[in-house]
Design a binder for this molecule. Structure first.
Ligand SMILES: C=CC1=C(C)c2cc3[nH]c(cc4nc(cc5[nH]c(cc1n2)c(C)c5CCC(=O)O)C(CCC(=O)O)=C4C)c(C)c3C=C
Ligand code: FE2
Ligand code: FE2
Length: 373
């Protein structure tokens, strides 16, 4: 029988629940509403993270609270209001849809009780709350999959911090595995290439395909962050899959904040230069984002498309992220299966019926205990 038998005589004790495996998808997080009041606490948590801003702490806290959090929330809220949907923030809606689709796919491919949950690094649902709840519900093995194809200390590394902090506080932490990155995963690259080809079939082919990745300060690259090289590797593999040259498919880095130098070339300068150089129809894709968000829908599809037109281009068409597309779900499911080898819940021969019976019995014992029977 899966799980640890309960020898304690304490009904509802944590041993009493059959073991299950969990997959925790983690994305960046997003404000609760497109308003300055909702954006402020989100930005305070995000920009207060020492993984994101590597700067002398006291000095940075003073700048953050004294200057940035007085100005930026209003500006960001305006940008969010341009992309907000009836269901809420695109990042949340897309991430939830992806988690649900992955849950369904894994349930089909594997016999065991596998739980897929979504947490956010900043805002809600918090990583700590989600892992603690999964633990209470019997998750004894946990795979953490940050929704960042390329590793950066600022994104993936920070997710691992949150996981480590959580595990420290648990009496009985789950067995833990973490996926660092999947920037060169063949199924992921194939899914990206297929999405570009589908776009070409529908809209015709632009003269160039711009691949824009989120930037980070160049200082972090020099300190050893592998992000820049992983972005280059993704870009090269995508070019190869599509049969394009560096010229036909340039890459760039977007979203810089502050005055220091970030990774080059910058996306805004690149689209302006392409427009000036006589490119008329430009395709753009963001292969560093699993799910569409402010940085793709507002910054690329709206802002940079406008920069391109102002510089003389005719139209820049944005190719959406893979979101909950079947090809994306298939790629992530295969990734999960590779990283969970040896876990009984994912292995053929797992007795799902026995686990379900044990779970029902444990629930019944807990119900009786709570009624004082
Ligand atoms: C100022 C430092 C920042 C670093 C370093 C950084 C790295 C980084 N970010 C992402 C992914 C996303 N970032 C998003 C928004 C966003 N990013 C920053 C700043 C840094 N990011 C800010 C201030 C914001 C908030 C919006 C704004 O005020 O401009 C998002 C979108 C969130 C959403 O709600 O839609 C994503 C996704 C990665 C992958 C990364 C390092 C590689
Ligand atoms: Fe960011
Ligand atoms: Fe941005």
């Amino acid at each position: 029988m899966p799980g640890t038998p309960n020898y304690t005589g304490l009904a509802g004790h944590s041993h009493d629940i059959p073991a299950r495996a969990g997959v925790l998808l983690v994305n960046l997080g997003t404000p609760e509403a497109p308003t300055a009041a909702a954006v402020r606490p989100y930005l305070a948590q995000f920009l207060g993270d020492p993984r994101v801003i590597e700067y002398p702490r006291l000095l940075w806290k003073a700048i953050l609270h004294g200057v940035i959090l007085r100005v930026r929330p209003k500006r960001s809220a305006h940008a969010y209001s341009r992309i907000w949907t009836e269901q809420g923030s695109p990042l949340r809606v897309g991430s939830e849809a992806l988690a649900a689709a992955l849950q369904a796919e894994l349930a089909q491919r594997r016999p065991g009780p596998v739980r897929v949950e979504l947490a956010m690094r900043y805002g809600r649902p918090a990583v700590a709350d989600t892992i603690a709840r999964m633990q209470r519900e019997g998750v004894r093995r946990l795979l953490v999959l940050p929704l960042y194809p390329q590793y950066s200390a600022t994104s993936t590394g920070s997710v691992f911090d949150a996981v480590a902090d959580t595990v420290k506080g648990l009496r009985w932490p789950p067995e833990l595995r973490q996926i660092n990155d999947y920037h060169d995963d063949p199924a992921y690259i194939a899914a990206l290439a297929a999405s570009v080809r589908a776009h070409w079939d529908r809209h015709g082919r632009g003269e160039k395909l711009l691949m824009s990745f989120h930037g980070i300060p160049e200082r972090y690259l020099r300190a050893g962050d592998p992000y820049f090289c992983q972005c280059h590797a993704t870009a090269r593999l995508l070019r190869e899959a599509l049969g394009l040259t560096d010229e036909q498919a340039p890459m760039s880095f977007q979203s810089r904040v502050g005055r220091e130098r970030w990774l080059h070339p910058y996306t805004d300068e690149t689209v302006k230069a392409l427009g000036r150089d006589g490119v008329k129809r430009l395709d753009a894709i963001s292969p560093g984002f699993a799910v569409d968000c402010l940085e793709t829908l507002e910054e690329i599809a709206m802002q940079n498309a406008e920069f391109f037109r102002e510089a003389g281009g005719e139209s820049m068409r944005y190719i959406r992220c893979l979101n909950a597309d079947a090809s994306h779900v298939d790629a992530l499911a295969a990734l999960v299966l590779r990283h969970t080898q040896g876990w009984p819940e994912f292995s053929p021969g797992y007795d799902a019926a026995a686990a379900a019976t044990a779970l029902a019995a444990a629930r019944e014992r807990a119900r009786r205990a709570s009624q004082g029977a």
